[in-house]
Design a protein around this ligand. Structure first.
Ligand SMILES: [Zn+2]
Length: 248
């Protein structure tokens, strides 16, 4: 079983689905319902794209930190983008929007490279097409926020609204959700409780640990498989060796 929680990117349909079908691997695809049918980029990708093509020597930083001097090497740029993405994920929604707007004001155009097609979103017709081909469609919330940072009202909205939208669009139940980010600081007992209240029966974290023999259905740990893993690292992730090594 493969789990995909890439926010609802169309590459799940164009790249992953044919390959999963060829290999006979069933999959559960999680979508952030607020992104489905949208033409823009996910803020994380927009941030990457802007920082990747930033022309000025200084880059504004979030949270009123002093500007960073823009690295010339691509790898250093991605490292800086990684750091900024981490900071922004912890900001309240308004703070993140304010920071992105600041970058937008200083950089009117960006180089739209390969990322545009890779990070385009599915439409609801395409989500239905995936469902008809036998893929299961789960929730990844509405807007992919870190759930532990939300007020209770916003939390219930993200959980309930995404579930009911998927059920309405696909005319089938949606018992699954993948927590955005899914790490130790992104999931709390209160969040798990709210997930149960919203009617989900299966939920996936991303803790990087080994699942206990007696599974907790609302805290099933999945394995992150970034594209740059070597085949050996991939096997070590799937068979639990990587997680076990982390416990030492
Ligand atoms: Zn995600």
């Amino acid at each position: 079983m493969a789990w995909m929680s890439w926010a609802g990117f169309r590459n799940n349909l164009t790249y992953a689905a044919p390959e999963l079908e060829r290999l006979g691997i069933p999959a559960l695809i999680h979508v952030a319902t607020g992104h489905i049918g949208q033409s823009g980029l996910l803020w994380t990708q927009e941030l990457d794209e802007r920082i990747g093509s930033w022309k000025q020597t200084n880059l504004p930083m979030p949270q009123g930190q002093a500007d960073a001097s823009m690295p010339t090497h691509t790898a250093d740029r991605w490292q800086l983008a990684d750091r900024i993405r981490g900071i922004c994920k912890r900001l309240p929604h308004e703070g993140r929007v304010a920071y992105l707007n600041r970058l937008r004001q200083e950089q009117l155009s960006v180089d739209e490279g390969w990322q545009r097609e890779l990070y385009a979103f599915l439409s609801w017709d395409e989500v239905r097409a995936l469902a008809h081909r036998g893929f299961s469609i789960g929730s990844h919330t509405v807007s992919h926020p870190i759930l532990t940072t939300l007020s209770r009202d916003d939390l219930l909205l993200e959980l309930g609204e995404s579930k009911s939208r998927i059920e309405r669009e696909l005319s089938q139940p949606c018992p699954w959700i993948a927590y955005p980010n899914g790490g130790p600081t992104d999931v709390s007992p209160g969040v798990v409780q709210a997930v149960a209240e919203a009617g989900y029966t299966i939920a996936f974290t991303l803790m990087g640990s080994i699942n206990p023999k007696s599974l907790r259905p609302l805290e099933i740990d999945r394995v992150c498989v970034p594209g740059e893993l070597s085949v050996d690292e991939f096997h070590a992730s799937l068979n639990g060796l990587s997680a076990w090594l982390r416990t030492l």
